[in-house]
Design a protein around this ligand. Structure first.
Ligand code: NAD
Length: 264
């Protein structure tokens, strides 16, 4: 779901490739479900299917962790949970701050899945003075002017941005200047950060656009496809009234950003 933009090389410390790092949370989620059902061991095929990953890739990924399983028995579920958690840095507490406590920020703050995975919401911050002091998920919202103090007092290194796009870069700059070195960005904008700062971007509308692309392809397979797999001119003309006005009129989204127009 997330598209990453990091300033890290393709391999991390101890030579674990970024692609493997990106799959570790998938294994962990599947393993945690097995652990909750008290399943003691799991084969690479079963775990790969539960994680939605190819089993050869899984074995290769686990070899980076020094985990090879036992022939005929499989992998020890509890030990793998521990190993992957340790590799991901989840055996320690990570206080996070969330900036922008509107619809999305409040929903994220109320999501119990962060705390259960070791991400404690240390503070909620917003620029709307009328929100200050009001509890969201039991945590009182604090004013943006106090951002630097809050980060220092809580030893925060991970910030979550859920502000409108127009405010995100400024918020990002303040977070970074205050010492935050990892940012999860929900605002639909590309953030500039200095070397050493990691940004992960989550954009559900991009996921929907990718699904729309595949839906369109499937529909194309049913007939409306011209030469070289491209939509026929008739299909483009038929689609034009639905997309052209929004694009040409430059209609703004709620953040002032222009809604993405599907590529041709
Ligand atoms: N990534 C996704 O899939 C996804 C999904 C939904 C929304 N969004 C994005 O998330 C953001 C928030 O959406 P929303 O629906 O919660 O909007 P919202 O208007 O309900 O909330 C935005 C909040 O940010 C606060 N804010 C504005 N400027 C600020 C600043 N400089 N510092 C601190 N706080 C500030 C506002 O006071 C408000 O409380 C938007 O950018 C939206 O496009 C992303």
């Amino acid at each position: 779901m997330a598209t990453g933009r990091t300033h890290r090389p393709a391999t991390r410390s101890r030579g674990i490739p970024e692609a493997t790092v990106a799959r570790l949370p998938l294994y962990l989620r599947a393993l945690t479900a097995l652990s909750e059902r008290s399943v003691p061991t799991v084969s690479s095929e079963e775990l790969a299917a539960a994680a939605g990953v190819n089993s050869a890739k899984l074995r290769k990924d686990f070899s980076y962790l020094g985990s090879y399983g036992t022939r005929g028995v499989g992998y020890d579920v509890e030990y793998l949970v521990y190993q992957i958690s340790r590799e991901l840095g989840l055996t320690q507490d990570w206080p996070i701050v969330m900036v922008g406590i509107g619809n999305l920020g409040a929903a994220l703050a109320n999501y119990g899945g962060f705390a259960s995975r070791g991400f404690r919401v240390a503070a909620l911050i917003d620029a709307d003075p009328s929100m200050v002091g009001k509890p969201v998920a039991g945590i009182p919202v604090q004013y943006i002017d106090d951002l630097e103090r809050i980060i220092e007092e809580n030893g925060v290194s991970i910030g979550v941005i859920a502000t409108p796009a127009g405010a995100a870069q400024q918020v990002c700059d303040r977070l970074v200047a205050a010492g935050v070195s990892s940012i999860l960005n929900f605002a639909p904008t590309v953030l500039s950060v200095p070397d050493g700062v990691d940004v992960r971007k989550v954009d559900l509308s991009i996921e929907l656009q990718i699904l729309a692309f595949h839906e369109q392809r499937k529909a194309g397979e049913d007939g409306a496809v011209g030469e070289a797999g491209l939509p026929s001119a008739a299909a483009v003309r038929a689609a034009a009234p639905a997309t052209a006005p929004a694009a040409t009129a430059g209609r703004k989204g709620p953040d002032g950003d222009v809604p993405a127009v599907m590529p041709a």
